[in-house]
Write a protein of this length. Sequence first.
Length: 328
Amino acid sequence: MPVGPVGGWAGAAAGATAAGVLLAAAADGLLPGATAIGVTVSRTAMDVAGVAVVGLALLEVLLPPGDRRAAPVLARTGRAALAAAGAWLVAVLFAIVFGAAAAFARPVTAVAPDELATWATRLGAGQGMLLVACATTVVVGCAVVRVRRPALVPARVVLAAALFAVITPAVTGHAGAAHTYQLVAVVGVGIHVAAAAAWVGGLGTILVLVAPRRGLLVAVLPRFSRLAAVCIAAVATTGVLTAAVRLPPALAHVRWEAAVQLYLATGTGQLLVAKTAALGVIGWLGWLTRRRLAASRMPLLLWAGHEVTLMAVAVGLAAALTQTGSAH
């Protein structure tokens, strides 16, 4: 996979994460420590790699079956998926180590093996990350088999495993800790993350791997456009729902005008506004992209590239939100 656009999108996600953490720290008056920064960075790497794997697996599903033009793309997709899945697993392992260090309030180098095992097997957050590591390992195994003998593991299996691994940190983390409307919070954030990963990853992989092939692009993009419309609606609906469910309990008995004002004064509220604004612009760019679908190729790809860049920013802001106690 070419380094240029992919590196730029990864850089946009990392930059948005750093800016989001600083924004939340300035609003809350709490500077993050080195361990907290390590947790956020590893989470961003997890999200970026996971979205890439989901997008690559989705592309294999969207490619026309039996089309000879798709053969070179499939070969590159398989190798890229294996590399992304390996990076994903490494990021998860780093996140486990940093998570244990944060839980025991000590530097990473001072975490004992028994403390690491305790966090990963006895505490809820650690158990969730251990489940993510297991799911990611399955994805890596499937990617290896797909490279050598694609017929043994259908692309839909890899996509399902990748989506499961992508949503697991969210549904076992902050959403799983919400006692009020817990089922709504867990299901909502799961759908939110899965739809966003398919939307971001799918468009990004199409731009990198399919765009240079005009005939194949014409065959794939309309199918993805219909899926993207569903993903946009799912992301917007579940984002509003989970944000409402996870409002701080202290604001439950305050007039809504005051509650909104107080919430927006927090780091979490400001990050949520920034993420919502990014998603709004992304939706507008997606609408423009679909309108240009029947027009010339370059304007279409230009707008779609801007859309993916903003998507990467939204992914980074979501990673920063995980450090504020309210992930969406």
